[in-house]
Design a protein around this ligand. Sequence first.
Ligand SMILES: [Zn+2]
Length: 152
Amino acid sequence: MSMLRVSEKLSNGVSPHGRALVVLDDIAQGEVIISLEGRVVSTVDKYTIQIEEGRHLAPEGNGWALANHSCLPNAAVDFSRFAMIALTHIRPGEEVTFNYLTTEMDMVEPFFCGCGAPHCPGEVAGFRHLSLAQKRALRPHLSAYLARHLGE
Ligand SMILES: [Zn+2]
């Protein structure tokens, strides 16, 4: 990917995770970090965010594609606003992360997360692959689609 479209508070950067979405200016808790502009598609790739079964948002050059996974994220996807929202105050130089397991039923490219968070599943393969306890721990930030699949 070349330079992606970002807002004035963000930049294309690098982090220990590789390419990253990096904050240039303070972002307050609850603030919209970036709108989830893109195109709804039926096919998954490593940059899409799942909206519903068979519906995924493709970034189409928008910078939110650079947001990496974290089990202790500073952002979450809010489909009611179609935006990434800050869960904490994010300071300049920090990268924007969200928990991919709050949106993706199945990861097209599973990977190992060694972050060490108590609830880190290790392999990030998709919501479907989590234990019920792991799923419940994500409840506050789950997409509506995944919340309907909590198995309760
Ligand atoms: Zn982790």
